[in-house]
Design a protein around this ligand. Sequence first.
Ligand code: PGA
Length: 244
Amino acid sequence: MKLIKVKDYNELSETAARLVLEKVKANPDIVLGLATGGTPEGMYKRLVEDHRSAGTSYKNVTTFNLDEYAGLSQADPNSYYAYMREHLFDHIDVPKENVHLPDGEKEDLDAECIQYEQLIKEAGNVDLQVLGIGGNGHIGFNEPGTPFDSHTHVVTLDESTREANARYFSSLDEVPTQALTMGIQTIMRAKEIVLLASGKSKAEAVAQLLKEEANENFPASILTTHPNVTVIVDEEATASVKSE
Ligand code: PGA
């Protein structure tokens, strides 16, 4: 794992956007794996600014998001599809048919997961996957205990995850209890991974990631076995890392 330490959230967003742009320019047909949440917002903002000012094109880019809530329609403002439109898709030239998120409204969610996994394989797997990390070490919505050989699957969200995400909803009760997520194995098939962590609330998780051997109780620890992972962290997120 390559570790890049930056000063603050601003620098983290800039560093992440630069890395993504470099890859998109080198490979205009790239398959990007995308994440939602607070952390990548600054990165998306910079990608949009770059598209406006420098014209970097996403016409031939394909995207697969990590996850989506079960039971929310794409039009629901709290769906991850709506998040992606708001923060990225509506502001760049990626064709609608090239963007993919699991559909949380499908009646047969297990079948939707199988189909999503298949679509990713047919696209040749993700070239560059952007990840955040949960305070409990989750990646995507793969909560502690998720088998490392998991494919896209339906999950029951941890209470800590629902509480962390309640800030986007009017009450905790409204946060869905289930979601569809790429599995750990799906994520690990990405050729390259960049994980972003910012702020005090991620300090314990980052410290654990950097010292942990791969174990299913801390999902992000699997990344220590991937050949091409870059972890970008800011000062607050490294506050609990003990220097040896
Ligand atoms: P956050 O979520 O970016 O909103 O902190 C990250 C995650 O839970 O994976």
